[in-house]
Design a protein around this ligand. Structure first.
Ligand SMILES: Nc1ncnc2c1ncn2[C@@H]1O[C@H](COP(=O)(O)OP(=O)(O)OP(=O)(O)O)[C@@H](O)[C@H]1O
Length: 694
């Protein structure tokens, strides 16, 4: 990808005429969106609309930083040196100089996670000290060096720091943990970087996929073999039955012939001795004369021969039956061992599936469960203030003040829809493994959110591409039967509207435990690519009709396309359920004071509320807070399953290349870079990999 300085003109001073919203956090968790109008602080009430902020609430909570107050966040710290740490008596307490924040106290709390935190007075929350900063605390640096000295094979200090966090900063425990895990191999093979290289993981994953494919094939072959054996068994059973019947008939015949033969012999003997008493049966043979004897003797011989023949036949039939029974026994033995083999392969398959899932998860975790991408809209020649020094960085030059932001990836204006989709693909794929996945597009109106998510007929965006991809993956996985269902909704002024129902009905959100549902939301099953396109087209049409009716713009509402994926593994019987939530957020721009009235003001307050709530959720996730305030807005409430637990998220920060938009661009980049730190704050992914590799 070519990196270049983007344009040459100097930045323009942007006039700040926008309305500033403030967010008030009540101690009961409620979030109020306030602003000042004619010297009176007002707030937006979901039912009453815009009303003055009640005096009594001041003592029941505090004002917090909103997503748009750009100058107070600490993104500048990223490329400045950190300053010096002061070691205090109790090693759990220390202090650190952070530019823009001054001297901050740091603490290690003994709680759910033993991590070093500092109190951020701007957001009023305890934040996890990023690993980078933590290294500047003397006692931590000292412990890292202790571990490094004892275990020189582990060269990545982030590994050591993460391990220290896990072991409550006890270096001895970390050293023994490393030795317990790797033993003798420690000196030769363990090198943090090498073992946890995403490329290596990716390779392992590909290997695992191949193994799985092979196992599934073997399993299928074995099952066909077993099925064949079953039909052979059934055939042999039938044959055995027929043979028994045939032998019984033959035995009967032999007995009858023997009887006839004996009777004949007796008659012959009687005639020979001429002392025959005339019996009823003999009347048929009358008149009895000695000259009949030769004929009777010949018949008796014939009877004997027939009897003999039948006996041979019966003996043959019996030995044939013996052979059949032997074959039947073998088949049963083979069937038993095949069934056992199938059970073993099935167990192996289950284990491999799990391992593959873990590997995939580790790879994603290594890259961060929340990935943040920046995409700059196509250049229209009005820029000059943006630079793209590397694939992960963007610099905004505002009147000579250069601000640098770092993301998982920065997409240049000339990047194609394919390039962008490629970046999201690994996360999207994990949806078929049962993870909830969420993709959000954040940015001011006109920055390219809809282009990124929806795209157009010729250049479809992430929405169509990802659903299409999932449909293909599901169709390719023969062993799992998937059902894919799409719903589409819009959140406008804190109201949820179904876009796939004819009448665009408004819906309520219900939650039970960790499950969040929208009551009565229409779901349409998709089987083909055409189904996807037609469904989304129908939803978009409904959205246009609704916005025309309400005389508003689609950019003032959040759009969500939700794909629900239910799968049943035919082999293991495992059931998976996950959702892919694709969200085109409302424009994040501040509105100007002249516009601040009526419907526009209500819309702006509702957008501010939901985007602030989104920022709060990310902050709570970042600080590993016990309480994540999902319920502060409809948007975050709906996104809860996709932004919690083992869910994976991908946020696009869309920016405009126009110089006039520089203020909003910085604000959006700050929002994105504060989310980016969530991935940095996660301490354990490398270690979990080490454990598995034991
Ligand atoms: N990367 C891009 N390449 C080409 N055209 C783009 C790109 N990004 C955006 N555009 C075009 O710029 C215009 C504005 O983009 P878009 O409508 O996606 O912005 P938006 O942020 O979604 O705005 P809104 O909030 O109004 O929906 C559209 O005409 C879109 O086609």
């Amino acid at each position: 990808m070519i990196r270049a300085k983007y344009g040459t003109q100097d930045a323009l001073e942007t006039e700040d005429v926008s309305l500033t919203f403030e967010s008030f956090q009540h101690q009961n968790g409620t979030l109020y969106t306030c602003f000042t109008q004619n010297g009176i602080r007002m707030y937006f009430d979901d039912e009453k609309g815009i009303v003055p902020f009640p005096e009594e609430l001041y003592s029941q909570g505090k004002f917090i930083l909103t997503y748009s107050e750009s100058d107070k966040t600490f993104e500048n710290v990223q490329d400045e040196s950190i300053g010096t740490a002061t070691h205090l008596e109790n090693y759990r307490t220390s202090s650190l100089y952070i530019p823009g924040k001054g001297m901050v106290m740091t603490y290690i709390f003994e709680e759910r996670m033993n991590v070093c935190k500092y109190y951020d007075s701007d957001s009023g929350a305890w934040l996890i000290l990023p690993l980078l900063w933590e290294m500047n605390l003397d006692f931590i640096l000292h412990r890292v060096q202790q571990v490094k000295k004892a275990v020189p094979a582990i060269t990545d200090y982030k590994e050591i720091l993460a391990a220290l966090r896990l072991c409550n900063y006890d270096s001895d425990e970390v050293i023994s943990m490393f030795y317990a895990m790797f033993g003798d191999s420690l000196g030769s093979t363990i090198n943090g970087q090498q073992d946890f290289d995403p490329v290596i993981l990716q390779r392992d994953l590909a290997k695992k996929e191949k193994q799985l494919e092979h196992l599934a094939k073997t399993l299928q072959e074995k099952e066909t073999e077993l099925e064949n054996m079953h039909s052979k068994y059934r055939y042999l059973e039938e044959e055995k039955h027929l043979l028994i019947q045939r032998t019984e008939i033959l035995n009967d015949k032999v007995a009858k012939l023997q009887y006839e033969h004996d009777k004949y012999l007796k008659e012959i003997n009687d005639i020979k001795s001429q002392n025959v008493k005339i019996t009823n049966s003999m009347k048929n043979h009358l008149p009895l004369r000695k000259d009949l004897l030769p004929k009777m003797l010949s018949e008796a011989r014939q009877l004997y021969a027939a009897n003999h023949q039948l006996r041979v036949l019966t003996a043959g039939s019996l030995s044939e039956m013996g052979l059949f029974i032997e074959r039947l026994k073998n088949t049963v033995v083979n069937m038993r061992s095949s069934t056992k083999e199938i059970e073993e392969i099935r167990a192996l398959y289950q284990r491999e599936t799990l391992e593959r899932k873990l590997l995939y998860n580790q790879l994603q975790e290594l890259r961060g469960n929340i990935r943040v991408f920046c995409r700059c809209r196509l250049d229209d020649g009005k820029g000059g203030h943006l630079e793209f020094p590397t694939e992960e960085e963007i610099i905004v030059n505002q009147n000579g003040n250069r601000k640098r932001f770092r993301f998982d990836q920065v997409f240049l204006p000339q990047c194609t829809q394919e390039d962008v989709f490629e970046g999201t693909l690994p996360i999207i794929k994990s949806c078929v493994d049962g993870y909830n996945v969420c993709i959000l597009a954040y940015g001011q109106t006109g920055s390219g959110k809809t282009y990124t998510m929806m795209g157009n007929e010729q250049k479809p965006g992430v929405n169509i591409r990802s659903i299409r991809e999932l449909l293909h993956i599901c169709q390719e996985r023969d062993n799992i039967k998937y059902i894919l269902k799409i719903s589409m909704l819009e959140i406008y002024n804190e109201n949820v509207c179904d876009l796939l129902s004819q009448n665009g009905k408004q819906l309520e959100i219900r939650s039970q435990g960790k499950t969040v549902t929208v009551q009565g939301l229409t779901e349409i099953e998709v089987l083909t690519e055409d189904d996807i396109k037609n469904t989304i087209l129908f939803g978009e049409k409904n959205r246009t009709v609704a916005s025309t009716k309400m005389n508003t713009e689609s950019s003032r509402s959040h759009l969500m396309v939700i794909l629900r994926l239910n799968g049943v593994d035919n082999i293991s019987g495992a059931v998976s359920s996950s959702t892919l939530t694709l969200c085109d957020l409302a424009g994040s721009e501040r509105i100007s004071k002249t516009e601040a009235a009526g419907q526009r003001l209500v819309e702006a307050a509702a957008i501010n509320k939901s985007l602030t709530a989104l920022g709060q959720v990310f902050t709570a996730l970042k600080t590993n807070s016990m309480h994540v305030p999902y319920r502060n807005s409809k948007l975050t409430h709906l996104l809860q399953p996709s932004l919690s637990g083992q869910a994976k998220a991908c946020v696009f920060v869309n920016i405009s290349p126009d110089k006039k938009d520089i203020g909003e661009t910085i604000s959006s980049l700050q929002f994105g870079s504060s989310i980016q730190q969530i991935a940095l704050g996660k301490p354990t992914p490398h270690l979990s990999n080490m454990k598995n590799g034991q």
